[in-house]
Write a protein of this length. Structure first.
Length: 261
């Protein structure tokens, strides 16, 4: 099934600033990326970071518009967990302080369950425990803050799921994706967990079919997967429009872990 995605960002900077973009899909069939900054096309450098395609450029003084379009196929594929990924995905991270929730997770979940059942149990628990509330969380909130607040958006759901899985000694990481069927439409955050040596995706929000997700990038948490990062200056972020559509049948959202290409 062919999936078409697009993203448009607008911002304005009082002075030149270096920007990193993570909005390109990992395996496009075709794509275009254009950046107009200060009235001129920007020079864009692409490089790989942990399998993601990162674009570096300089934003000029004044307005900037970033436009990205791509098509991808939703073919299946299994990503094996490498030793380096295994280690990184077990350690506590900025938004996922799993060492703080080890006792809680051990009390709440049965560690003796088969790995796939334990991952599903954690995902289901987060889905029941949290209420999806736009604007409810702060950019600095960790999974502990989300647990106490009982609400959040997709990145908060992902952070809490990751934290509990790591606390149960299951490697887990955040994946940024385009998600056909998501409402409201935006960049989406889901979780990949190590199930018998293969990365399998789960989504505690249940807001979009996991079988139609299109991978952008993965990392320890949202600090590694931001769609825009600025260095050496500031910019005023103005608008973001994201779309992800398919002409084929869109399956219902479910909680079955599966490999994400």
């Amino acid at each position: 099934m062919r999936i078409d995605v697009a993203a448009t960002l607008t911002m304005s900077s009082p002075a030149p600033v270096t920007a990193l973009l993570q909005i390109a899909v990992v395996r496009p069939v075709d794509e275009t990326l254009t950046v107009l900054t200060g009235g001129r096309p920007a020079e864009i450098e692409e490089f790989a970071v942990d399998g993601a395609r990162v674009h570096r450029l300089t934003l000029a003084e004044g307005p900037t518009t970033v436009t990205y379009t791509a098509s991808a196929e939703d073919g299946r594929g299994a990503r094996k967990v490498t030793p380096a990924e295994w280690a990184a995905a077990l350690r506590p991270s900025r938004y996922c302080p799993s060492d703080q929730l080890e006792g809680f997770a051990t009390t709440e979940f049965d560690r003796t369950l088969p790995r796939v059942e334990l991952v599903t149990a954690v995902t289901d628990w987060v889905n029941r425990r949290l209420v999806y509330t736009s604007g409810a969380s702060r950019p600095v909130d960790t999974a502990v803050d989300t647990l106490l607040a009982g609400q959040g958006v997709c990145r908060d759901y992902a952070h809490l799921t990751i934290t509990l899985l790591r606390a149960l000694e299951i490697p887990a990481r955040l994946v940024a994706v385009y998600a056909p069927g998501l409402a409201p439409m935006d960049f989406h955050a889901v979780v990949e967990a190590d199930i018998d040596g293969t990365w399998c995706v789960v989504d505690a929000t249940r807001l979009a079919p996991t079988s139609s997700l299109v991978r952008i990038c993965s990392g320890r948490d949202a600090a590694d997967t931001a769609f825009l990062s600025l260095f050496g200056g500031v910019a005023r972020f103005e608008t973001l429009t994201v779309t992800a559509t398919t002409a084929g049948h869109l399956p219902a959202a479910d909680d079955t872990p599966f490999p994400l290409p």
